[in-house]
Design a protein around this ligand. Structure first.
Ligand code: SER
Length: 384
C-alpha cells in the first residue's frame, strides 16, 4: 500500500471522512495566490462553519510554497509538495491526535520509537504552556523539547492559529543525539496544530468558537525517511524525473534538483489552469520556468524544453490527479521558452548600445523595464 493510502485508511478507520483535496488555486475571494497548506481550503470550517462531511476529515492536499524558494536545491525543500492531513473540527483534542500520530508512525509506518523526538509549545505572554500535549508525550515516553516561536502555527498574519506539537525523526547514522532545535539531523515530519485561536489585525488573539486539530505531514519527506534516502529526489516519487533529466542535461546536483523541482511544479501549476503572465500566479509560474531555462542555458543555449518526454508530463499529471490535456501543458511551457528566448535576444541587442556600457543605475533599470519590457533581474543576468 502507498504511504498516502496507509494514511487515509488509518484515519478512515477512525471515522474520518476523506476529502477530495483541492487544486493549488484557493477559492474565489481568497487573497492568497496559492494553497500553502492542507488546512487552507478548510479555513471557514476551522472558524466554525459546519463542514458537509462532518467533524473528522482526512485528505491529501497539494501545496505550493514560494517562501522556501531559495532553499530549493537542498535535499528536502520543494515548491510543490503534498501534505497528508487529518482534522478534528471541534471534535477530539490534542491527546487523541498525538496518540494516533505516534501509533501510525511506529506501528503502521514502522519507525522505531527510539528515533522519535517531539517539541511542545512552552507558553508565552499570551498563551500558556500546552499542558495536554506535554502530559501526553510524557506518558508515551518520548523526549520532549519546549519552544515558543517554533511551536506556534498560523497560515498568515491574521486568521486561525494555535500552538503546535511537532514530531521529528532522527536521520543521523549513529544513535540519536541532541534535540530538534540543536541538531538538524532531526527532521520534522508531522505537525499537529491545536487550532484554537484567531489572530486579529492588532495582534490580539481571540479563542475560536471550537477547539480544532489540524495536522500536516509532508508526503515527500516521509517517503524519504521511510525509504532511507538522503533526499526527497531519491525517492520512488521522483523516479522518472531523476532517471530522465540527467540523461537529457548534465547539471551539478543542486541545479539538477532545482530544474526537476521547478519543472514538476510548473507542470502542476499549468495543470491547475494557470498561464505564465507578469502578475500574480502567472508570474510565479513564469519565474519558475525562466529560472529553469537560465540554469539550462548557462552552459548550453541549445537546450530546450521540447526535449522533455511525454512520460514526465504523464507521470506528473497522474500523480496529482490532474485532467488537463497534456499536449496543452507542454505547449504552454514551450511557448514560454520561446518568449523568454526572444526577450533575451532583444535584451542583448539593446544592452549592446553604447549608453549601457557602464554600471547601470536606477534610471537605466526603469527605462529598460518601462520602454523595452526588460525586467531588472533579466538585465542583471545579461550584464552580470
Ligand atoms: N497547518 C499545519 C502545517 O502546515 C499542519 O497541517 O504545518
Amino acid at each position: 500500500m502507498t504511504i498516502d493510502q496507509t494514511f487515509v485508511d488509518f484515519f478512515s478507520q477512525r471515522k474520518h471522512i476523506p476529502t477530495t483535496g483541492s487544486s493549488l488555486i484557493p477559492r474565489p475571494g481568497d487573497p492568497v495566490l496559492f494553497t500553502t497548506s492542507g488546512m487552507h481550503p478548510l479555513t471557514p470550517y476551522l472558524e466554525g462553519d459546519p463542514h458537509p462531511l462532518g467533524r473528522r476529515l482526512v485528505g491529501v492536499q497539494r501545496c505550493l510554497r514560494t517562501t522556501d524558494l531559495d532553499e530549493v536545491g537542498d535535499p528536502t525543500h520543494l515548491t510543490v509538495f503534498e501534505m497528508l492531513g487529518s482534522w478534528s473540527l471541534g471534535d477530539y483534542g490534542s491527546e487523541q491526535t498525538l496518540r494516533w500520530g505516534y501509533e501510525l508512525l511506529t506501528e503502521h509506518f514502522g519507525i522505531e520509537p527510539g528515533k522519535l523526538s517531539v517539541t511542545v509549545f512552552g507558553g508565552d505572554d499570551q498563551v500558556p504552556l500546552d499542558q495536554e500535549s506535554l502530559r501526553t508525550w510524557q506518558s508515551i515516553g518520548l523526549p520532549i523539547e519546549l519552544t515558543t516561536g517554533d511551536n506556534w502555527w498560523s497560515n498568515g498574519p491574521t486568521g486561525p492559529c494555535g500552538p503546535d506539537s511537532e514530531i521529528f525523526v532522527w536521520t543521523g547514522d549513529g544513535e540519536p543525539e541532541g534535540t530538534p532545535t540543536t541538531d538538524d539531523r532531526w527532521v520534522e515530519v508531522w505537525n499537529h496544530v491545536m487550532m484554537r485561536y484567531r489572530r486579529h489585525e492588532d495582534g490580539s488573539l481571540e479563542p475560536l468558537q471550537q477547539r480544532n486539530i489540524d495536522t500536516g505531514l509532508g508526503l515527500e519527506r516521509l517517503a524519504m525517511l521511510l525509504e532511507g534516502k538522503k533526499s526527497v529526489y531519491e525517492t520512488e516519487l521522483f523516479e522518472p524525473w531523476t532517471r530522465i533529466v540527467p540523461e537529457l542535461w548534465k547539471l551539478d546536483e543542486q541545479d539538477e534538483r532545482i530544474v526537476i523541482d521547478h519543472l514538476r511544479s510548473s507542470m502542476v501549476i499549468v495543470g491547475d489552469g494557470v498561464h505564465p503572465s507578469n502578475t500574480g500566479r502567472g508570474y510565479v509560474l513564469r519565474r519558475l520556468i525562466r529560472r529553469v531555462l537560465t540554469l539550462l542555458w548557462r552552459s548550453d543555449d541549445t537546450r530546450t524544453l521540447s526535449d522533455l518526454p511525454m512520460e514526465l508530463f504523464e507521470h506528473t499529471s497522474r500523480h496529482f490527479h490532474q485532467g488537463e490535456v497534456l499536449s496543452l501543458v507542454r505547449r504552454i511551457l514551450i511557448d514560454e521558452e520561446i518568449r523568454f528566448s526572444n526577450l533575451l535576444d532583444r535584451g542583448r541587442v539593446i544592452l549592446s548600445h553604447e549608453r549601457f556600457h557602464k554600471t547601470l543605475d536606477e534610471s537605466d533599470f526603469e527605462y529598460l523595464h518601462e520602454t523595452h519590457g526588460l525586467p531588472r533581474d533579466l538585465v542583471q543576468s545579461l550584464v552580470g
